[in-house]
Ligand binder design. Sequence first.
Ligand SMILES: C[S@@+](CC[C@H](N)C(=O)[O-])C[C@H]1O[C@@H](n2cnc3c(N)ncnc32)[C@H](O)[C@@H]1O
Length: 274
Amino acid sequence: MKPAQMERTPFADLDSQPSEMTAMLLAALEAMGRHPEIRRVRRTAMQALRPEPGARLLDAGSGAGDVARWLATKVGPAGEVIALDYSAATISAAVQRHDGSNVRYMTGDVSAMTLPPDSVDGVWCERVLQHVDDADVAIAELIRVTRPRGRICLIDTDWGSLAFDGVPSRLATTVVANMHGRLTPRQADMGRTLRRRLIAARLADVTATPVTCVFGDPASAAVVLPMVNPVVPEQAWTTPPGVRDEWFSYVDAAGDRGDFLAILTIWVVTGTVA
Ligand SMILES: C[S@@+](CC[C@H](N)C(=O)[O-])C[C@H]1O[C@@H](n2cnc3c(N)ncnc32)[C@H](O)[C@@H]1O
């Protein structure tokens, strides 16, 4: 199947969603950003990127801008962070959350940016490439705008690593198989492919760190995993009739017993532009 024919998830085109849906997805992104496991992923990425005071950074696919504003605290007043997102609604929400830090917000497609070549010292691109049509095109574009010896940090989920315990495995397999392509993106294994992609793009010093997120109760898992979130509309489910209710009854029972477990690996991959 050609990339353009792939089913597009809401994050691939937030502006064509009803405004309540966009608001809900942005709130979900912010809740994820506060989750201790996502914070652990981001701390790993920050240590890998090592932004310096005075640097000019790009947060590509910046969502509500919370990471861009965090990066701004690292580069300080002499530096600058460009928060770029495809979605005008998202950039407008990010601007509303602006805290006066050195962040410039702009709309743009990570695969075809208007930024000049060699115009940034470093790039952060978190959970975006799983949504684009061709990740290698986007990576080439991120390299184009980064100066020689600049650093690129890609963070992406490996939905193929998602596993559960405490619930019947046949049910978990059905739920996960049916959610892919609907609530999770088409390029579900993006995280594990990033190292290969940066090596193919001839970046130097490529490092790849898998961060396995552990969710020990359904409420914690629901913040990051749509298939455990009872608020996700029933219409988004593609499972056979009855499966959703049966699944949640087992999830709730495991939560009550205290033995619910979900794990998901998110990769942090960096490289230096030649
Ligand atoms: C899952 S969200 C992640 C947002 C943010 N990086 C974070 O980690 O909270 C994906 C973001 O990528 C943006 N996005 C999707 N495709 C894009 C593209 N081609 N160019 C720029 N941004 C894109 C979406 O609008 C959305 O804000």
